[in-house]
Ligand binder design. Structure first.
Ligand SMILES: [Zn+2]
Length: 86
């Protein structure tokens, strides 16, 4: 399941590939990708989902901080691509 066709009103699962702050869809040209390359996965994410930009990342951090729900450890990369150069 790679390319998901646009499903306008399908109820989103938590891991749906959209910025958790602004809702930008993963795949949008302005989304922040690791090294600017879509195939590399998102440049920002949290345990709640992916983030499209430094701005949304910061917004998310501050919101979580205000909520007192900041995770105690870094979230795992939801895309988990392997770049360890082994
Ligand atoms: Zn965003």
């Amino acid at each position: 399941m790679r390319c998901e066709a646009a499903e306008p009103t399908t109820l989103a699962r938590p891991e749906t590939r959209r910025c958790v702050e602004c809702g930008m869809a993963y795949g949008t040209p302005t989304f922040g990708y690791h090294e600017g390359i879509l195939e590399n996965g998102p440049a920002y994410w949290s345990d709640r989902g992916i983030l499209c930009s430094p701005r949304c990342s910061l917004t998310h951090f501050r919101r979580r901080e205000a909520e007192g729900t900041l995770p105690s450890e870094p979230a795992a990369n939801p895309f988990a691509f392997e770049r360890y150069g082994g």
